[in-house]
Ligand binder design. Structure first.
Ligand code: SF4
Length: 838
């Protein structure tokens, strides 16, 4: 495949770009592309600018004058791959291999040799999902009881941690959000080369990535993004000279920069030069020129945000070590005294002494690092790496986070002993209403949510308001309200969702009539108690004012006993339900959830346990290494009755990525609730609106819920949750608006009632967020339920809601009176209290 010619930039353009590079200005695509052309004196000038940035980076990272490498062993778990990259000799066919995968003992043998030689990293590099292309791979996995290559990767990584103490760095190719979550607890870090964002190199016949499903640039960018959302210290990089233009190369680097800024998880970029190999389709292509490589390293260094290291593999650069050091690298990557580079077996690693000598000629000391870079070890335990490998890491790390001069030894991969004690501000549930929160934001406000400016660029744009016929919409709402959520009626539905004035009044009247027809006049409520068992969380949802760092003044977690005490108290006060949710607290043992349910059921067998959001469920299942189905089955067997359908926010990934940063994708939310429903665990459904979303998202969200309900019938109710802005980080950063308007609240509840008519009978409104008058108004416009007494509500109160954290039964009944209808207590699943066990 030919590389399209690119004109050389003018001298003036080069001078301007070099000046901006020397001044430390932020470079754009045009300037980066111009600089990639630099050669001779211009290249020297470019490299000098990059060296200065590298030196500042090293100072900021606390390792001035130190260039690093990672002592590693290369574990080629499988050389089978479902892709067909035209330059690759690593991937092969089954009959050329003794077996589809390395056996566990073979893996451990390599790792043991590495440990004996003092290496710290077990670099798992393997083909992408070979079982999807090669029956031999499928058979091998099946015979050993593994569902997939990734299951085997996980098991092998645990074995390496337990038997040898080497730290796994996983390179298993394209991974989903769920797969990243499942592998995170067994890896110090992970990686995947972006390679290039040039779509044509993937889509056009003859391109190096043609026929390789995992090499689609959009797919790979999604993996980099998801790795950020799951908070995995991540290595990526580009290939230089595979047929990309210099503009495409600069675009690839800029794409990495954007993601690195947004999530802060990119620990290094590898700038790797193409080397033609015999027996490949690209054998006739010239090797990438090393001055071209140096220019790319320098531009990469200038583009990357602070904290991102730049690496060039030392076995691919001939004798040009000094050139690469001048160009701005600060790391040589993995160098193994034990195993060859299986991807480039014809190019042996340099001897460490030679590399040290070369590095010192440039004025640097060569130090060994771990696969995870030091800055990721500075946060709270569990923030960037799982708590279960904390001991493995600290056993081989120096206080500065680089590698200690020790030989690793195996350690159990398990949670620390000792259960979970109640710690921190455990009385926040009550004192939130008296003393309030300690500060309006958590201590890591400036870093945990990523770069707000990058985020602002991703804000969804509201559609033009449609001039569709509102009258036609109202006629449909009256005759066949459920049809409002049919795709073919999207325009009239949007017209109604944005209606105001007379049209809005008619809409809420129709919703009120639909409510009467569906569930009658009773306004229902449940007597329940919210128990938030921990508010420690590093997911970094940008709307969440509840989550705290472990060391923050308002952080707390509750022991199982404390939670059971609160449940018993609630039962004695007349509650029929406990609603329990917590942060994604890295220190919660995987056994905590089922223990909690069992403890409550033991103490108060009649209590309905409504607990664990889909985010908590998927995170805990990932941590435990089991499927969501298995996890939920265990919880159901422990006594879990229903789950809250929270963590839905807006079921549109474009909004979620702005709003939540690390939370589960929309498709996973749907999968978790659908799985729960199929196991007989019903759930509520929710939507949090009024932040960076628009009415089109609300309708799409309702359509998604309608589809799930048509398939499973498992939703008990729909709860619309107005965004509480006051202490929400995304509002404090000026990115989100200040919650929905009164019009929005009325339209959302009315449209939910009408669109979900015949599907979800109960539409609940939240007194916590709407207040007295607001709730009564919504109850007159389609809603029939006011939720629960809550007894203690911390999440909205931390966000700045001003409507208190508890309501007595009498107060809820007064709310119903205010709306002009009778009140009736219900069970969680909307049964009659008289018929329930109480
Ligand atoms: S919403 Fe939940 S998952 Fe997200 S930061 Fe808050 S506590 Fe954590």
């Amino acid at each position: 495949m030919m590389t399209p010619p690119e004109p050389r930039p003018s001298d003036a353009a080069m001078r301007r770009a070099l000046r901006r590079a020397s001044d430390g200005s932020t470079l754009d695509l045009t300037e980066a592309t111009v600089l990639l052309h630099a050669r001779g004196d211009q290249l020297d000038e470019l490299m000098a600018a990059a060296s200065r940035v590298r030196d500042a980076h090293l100072r900021a990272e606390g390792r001035e004058g130190i260039v690093t490498y990672s002592g590693s062993v290369f574990i080629p778990l499988t050389r089978l791959c479902r892709d067909r990259c035209h330059y690759c000799t690593f991937a092969t066919v089954p009959h050329r291999l003794p077996a589809a995968f390395l056996e566990r003992d073979e893996v451990l043998e390599i790792a043991r040799q590495g440990a004996a030689a003092g290496c710290k990293e077990a670099l798992f590099t393997l083909g992408d999902r070979p079982e999807e292309r090669w029956p031999a791979a499928r058979k091998w996995l099946e015979e050993r009881g593994f569902d997939s290559t990734l299951d085997y990767v996980r098991a092998s990584a645990i074995a390496v941690l337990e038997e040898t103490g080497l730290l796994p760095h996983l390179n298993p190719g394209v991974l989903s959000w769920e797969e990243l979550s499942r592998l995170r607890p067994v890896a110090a870090s992970m990686g995947m080369m972006l390679e290039t964002t040039a779509h044509r190199l993937w889509s056009e016949p003859g391109g190096p990535h043609y026929g390789s499903p995992d090499k689609e640039p959009a797919v790979r960018l999604r993996v980099l993004t998801d790795a950020g959302r799951v908070a995995v210290p991540f290595t990526t990089g580009i290939l230089v000279g595979i047929g990309e233009t210099l503009t495409e190369r600069a675009e690839s680097l800029l794409a990495i920069r954007g993601i690195a800024r947004q999530y802060g998880h990119i620990q290094e970029i590898i700038v790797q030069n193409f080397r033609a190999k015999p027996d490949t389709a690209m054998r006739g292509m010239p090797d990438a020129d090393l001055h071209e490589l140096a220019a790319t390293v320098a531009v990469g260094r200038l583009l990357m945000p602070p904290g991102v290291s730049v690496q060039a593999p030392p076995n691919l650069v001939g004798d040009e070590f000094q050139l690469l050091l001048k160009a701005g690298i600060d790391d040589w990557g993995g160098v193994s005294p034990v195993t060859p580079d299986h991807v480039n077996p014809e190019r042996p690693w340099p001897a460490l002494d030679a590399l040290r000598e070369q590095t010192s000629q440039a004025g640097f000391d060569l130090n060994e690092r771990l696969p995870v870079y030091p800055r990721f070890l500075k946060g709270a335990p569990g923030q960037w790496t799982d708590i279960r490998i904390a001991e493995h890491i600290s056993a081989v790390a120096k206080p500065n986070g680089l590698a200690a001069d020790v030989k690793p030894a195996g350690l159990p991969w398990q949670e620390p002993d000792g259960g979970l004690e109640t710690v921190g501000r455990a009385d926040l549930n009550t004192t939130i209403d008296t003393t309030g929160r300690t500060g309006d934001r958590r201590g890591d406000f400036d870093s945990v949510y990523g770069d707000w400016e990058e985020l602002r660029k991703q804000l969804p744009k509201a559609p033009e308001r449609l001039a569709a016929d509102v009258k036609q919409g109202l006629r449909l709402a009256e005759a066949n309200p459920g049809a409002l959520l049919d795709q073919e009626n999207a325009d009239v539905a949007l017209a109604l969702m944005t209606a105001d004035g007379e049209a809005l009044e008619t809409l809420v009247r129709l919703a009120d009539e639909a409510r009467k027809e569906a569930v009658g006049d009773d306004i229902t409520y449940v007597v329940n108690r919210n128990i938030n068992f921990s508010n420690v969380c590093y997911v970094g949802c940008r709307f969440c004012a509840f989550a705290q760092r472990e060391r923050d003044a308002d952080a707390f977690r509750l022991s199982v006993e404390e939670a059971a005490d609160r449940a018993e108290e609630a039962w004695n006060d007349g509650a029929t339900e406990v609603c329990m949710q917590g942060g994604i607290d890295p220190k919660l043992p995987v056994t905590y959830y089922a223990d909690l349910v069992r403890a409550i059921k033991k103490r108060v067998p009649g209590m309905h346990v409504h607990a664990f959001s889909p985010m908590e469920i998927v995170s805990a299942a990932s941590k435990a290494g089991v499927s969501v189905r298995e996890w939920l089955t265990d919880l159901r067997d422990a006594g879990l009755d229903t789950i809250p359908g929270t963590a839905a926010e807006i079921l549109d990934d474009d909004v979620r990525w702005v709003l939540t940063k690390g939370k589960l994708p929309a498709s996973t939310w749907i999968e978790v609730v659908s799985t729960a429903h199929s196991l007989g665990i019903r759930s509520s459904s929710t939507m949090m609106y009024g932040h960076v979303d628009h009415p089109g998202h609300w309708l799409a969200h309702l359509r998604t819920l309608a589809r799930v309900q048509d398939e499973t019938g498992g939703f008990t109710e729909f709860v619309a949750l107005p965004f509480v802005h006051r202490n929400a980080p995304i509002y404090l950063a000026g990115v989100a608006r200040s919650g929905p308007s009164r019009r929005d609240n009325r339209a959302v509840h009315a449209m939910a009632r009408l669109g979900l008519h015949g599907r979800i009978p109960n539409i609940q409104c939240s007194w916590v967020k709407l207040g007295e008058e607001g709730t009564a108004e919504i109850l007159r416009g389609g809603a029939n339920d006011v939720g629960g007494t809550l007894m203690e509500e911390t999440i909205s109160r931390m966000a700045g809601s001003e409507h208190g954290s508890a309501r007595t039964v009498r107060q809820l009944e007064e709310l119903a009176t205010l709306a002009g209808r009778p009140a009736r207590q219900r069970t969680t699943t909307y049964g009659s209290i008289a018929a329930a066990t109480r």
